[in-house]
Design a protein around this ligand. Structure first.
Ligand SMILES: Cc1cc2nc3c(=O)[nH]c(=O)nc-3n(C[C@H](O)[C@H](O)[C@H](O)COP(=O)(O)OP(=O)(O)OC[C@H]3O[C@@H](n4cnc5c(N)ncnc54)[C@H](O)[C@@H]3O)c2cc1C
Length: 612
């Protein structure tokens, strides 16, 4: 096996990985970024709507309002001190991106332009605020390009199209990763003092998803296999507006610009579900509303979707009804949502300026993942013990700022804020520690697992198992769940795992770009994460945020105001996960208010009933 040595090894080149690389190298560390995709193909580049920061360029805004929205949006499972860090650091991070050259849209006064987004309010829920900074509907693309250019300038070392398949921990200290060079099939060892996982989400566990094909949860599954627990896995967000059947995302920015959701009777049904914020209620609320409309037979033509309407005449009618002076025209829609119009014209043959778009909820975002503190250090138990040298940031991590449900635009903030903090912390960390030696057998275990997949001569193709996994997750661990559906998913997934380990076969026995082999390995990661998601969801007997149970419709703060952790067993093939539910939620902002003697009925950060 070829060996490389760099002080800091960053796995993943999306927004989180690149931000961490930039800051670790600014701190003087020798940094390598190892990525299975060419960096600018990372999913961050698909982010459309915007990045939230309380700049107050369009109307009054403050970080504390942003923190409040984040906590309320997370249905009070958000760690409150972390939400404050997110909201406060967001402002610096956005201004810094601008200084790096990010071409944000502008106000007439040449300030960064901001748009409304679901759940973003002023003065603790009083009214909607413009907080989402954006570059048309290509915000993520611009962030990724900007950060990549800065990394090149800082001479960060890139290993593109190297897929990390294992983490090396020696005697309780992180000392590197094992990767497959995709163009040759060769194994490489990267010896480092610190490793940061920024491998993104795992939306590909579901059949209808907004996520790219590459989002298979590799980093989370690898960490799990090396003893790191997964936090709050039952919370996976369904974005309300994916293109019907395809799942491709239609940004919430469409509703931010005035777009409305209509049922088969042409009714703006969000008036009934969320009378104050309507179409801009948080994503869990809107996804459930669509589901309920469809279940009540009010889907378009009785089918499984509703309409999202951004036609200027419709939007202006509702602006008038809502008492707003804003009016838009076709040219405005073209300038603010060019990519969305392009997707619909290309994939659906529909022109959204003239016709409504067919949409349905689509699996979108992992709130749970690798537990970390606000400096991106990975935690291995409920009391916050750090695994030395291991870091995680971005969607694969769980800080937890998103709690039970993430607000739109808060992921891009999470990437830049905690990527940056992680990069700085790693820069410091590597200066203070010696090189931990690599174990003698580094890489052998995972090499054997690849040999097993290569040599396995069963009857089942990996893609058949993948389709079955995606279907059971969609049907049984989706927008709504019940004990019955989740038990079904757990049973199905157990059977799929058996077949994965005993009856799999691949067609390609080559070494160069063997996607057949790599996808079979990725399926192993997804099966583990799907199983943990189903088991964690089954265990949480309440509804909170994105976790909605028909059989337990209420939030239960007395028993479930806790983070859950799921530990894997030593044996990768086993589905005996140890689930715990005793990691406390940080309620420090609420505690501060209580200490400051704020009247109990005025306490803002105290969990409140779910009223929208
Ligand atoms: C269509 C869409 C639109 C979105 N819009 C918004 C928005 O407007 N605002 C917002 O805040 N959020 C948005 N999100 C969410 C947000 O974009 C993502 O959560 C975020 O970009 C994830 O960034 P990341 O850096 O964690 O990972 P990603 O950008 O997903 O990158 C993952 C990286 O990890 C690498 N990788 C993965 N596995 C391996 C491996 N085994 N070995 C080596 N490398 C590996 C990949 O090569 C890639 O570089 C959107 C998401 C989608 C899907």
């Amino acid at each position: 096996m070829q060996k490389h040595q760099h002080e800091v090894i960053i796995v993943g080149a999306g927004g989180a990985g690149l931000m961490a690389a930039l800051y670790a190298s600014e701190g003087g560390a020798d940094v390598a970024v190892v990525s299975k995709l060419y960096p600018t193909r990372s999913h961050t580049g698909a982010a459309q709507g915007g990045i939230g920061a309380a700049l107050g360029n369009m109307d009054e805004d403050k970080p504390i309002y942003h923190a409040y929205d984040t906590i309320k949006g997370g249905d009070y499972l958000t760690d409150q001190a972390a939400a404050k860090v997110l909201a406060e650091n967001a402002i610096d991070a956005v201004i810094e991106l601008e200084r790096y050259g990010l071409p944000f849209d502008r106000t007439p006064e040449m300030r960064i332009s901001q748009r409304r987004f679901g759940g973003h309010t002023r003065n603790f829920g009083e009214e909607l605020v413009h907080r989402a900074c954006h570059a048309a509907d290509r915000t993520g693309h611009m962030i990724l390009q900007t950060l990549y250019q800065q990394c090149i300038k800082k001479q960060v070392n890139f290993f593109d199209e190297f897929q990390v398949v294992d983490l090396i921990v020696n005697d309780g200290v992180t000392c590197g990763v094992v990767a497959v060079e995709l163009s040759t099939g060769e194994f490489h060892i990267f010896h480092g003092k610190a490793v940061l996982f920024a491998t993104g989400g795992w939306g590909r566990c579901w059949s209808v998803t907004s996520n790219a094909h590459s989002l298979t949860g590799d980093g989370a599954a690898i960490a799990l296999r090396r003893g790191v627990p997964m936090q709050d896995m039952e919370f996976f967000q369904f974005h309300p507006t994916g293109i019907y059947r395809m799942g491709i995302l239609i940004t919430e920015g469409v509703r931010g610009e005035g777009g409305v959701l209509l049922n088969d009777q042409g009714e703006r049904f969000m008036n009934r579900y969320a009378p104050s914020v309507k179409d801009l209620a948080s994503r869990d609320v809107v996804s459930r509303a669509i589901y309920d409309e469809v279940k009540s037979g009010r889907g378009i033509k009785g089918k499984n979707y509703v309409h999202l309407d951004i036609r200027p005449e419709t939007v202006n009618k509702y602006f008038e009804e809502d008492g707003s002076d804003t009016r838009i025209d076709a040219q405005y829609v073209e300038s603010k949502l060019p990519d969305i119009l392009d997707f619909c014209r290309t994939y659906l043959g529909i022109d959204p300026v003239k016709e409504p778009m067919p949409v349905q909820p689509t699996a979108h975002y992992a709130m749970g993942g690798i537990p970390t503190n606000v400096d991106a250090e990975v935690l291995i138990d409920e009391s916050g013990t750090v695994l030395p040298g291991l870091f995680a940031a971005g969607e694969t991590a769980c800080v937890s700022v998103h709690g039970a449900n993430r607000l739109g635009t808060n992921s891009l903030v999470d990437l830049v804020v905690f990527g940056r903090r992680g990069g700085m912390k790693m820069g410091e960390y590597v200066k203070g520690v010696d090189w931990a030696p690599l174990p003698e057998n580094a890489g052998e275990e995972v090499e054997a697992e690849f040999k097993r997949i290569r040599d396995s001569k069963g009857k089942t193709k990996a893609y058949e198992l993948r389709a079955a996994m995606q279907q059971t997750m969609m049907d049984n661990v989706g927008v709504y769940r019940t004990e019955e559906t989740m038990l079904q998913a757990v049973e199905d997934l157990k059977e799929l795992r058996q077949r994965y380990y005993n009856d799999i076969t691949i067609d390609d026995d080559g070494y160069k770009f063997n996607t057949d082999l790599m996808e079979a390995w990725e399926l192993g990661c997804m099966l583990q994460l799907a199983e943990i998601t189903a088991q964690s969801a089954l265990r949480r007997t309440e509804s909170r945020g994105a976790h909605s149970r028909d059989d337990y419709p209420d939030r239960d703060d007395e028993n479930w105001m806790v983070h859950t952790l799921a530990y894997g067993s030593e044996d990768q093939q086993s589905s005996d996960y140890r689930l715990t539910a005793d990691k406390p939620v940080d309620l420090s902002l609420w505690e501060e208010e209580k200490r400051d003697g704020v009247a109990p009925d005025k306490q803002k950060f105290k969990p409140k009933a779910r009223v929208y």
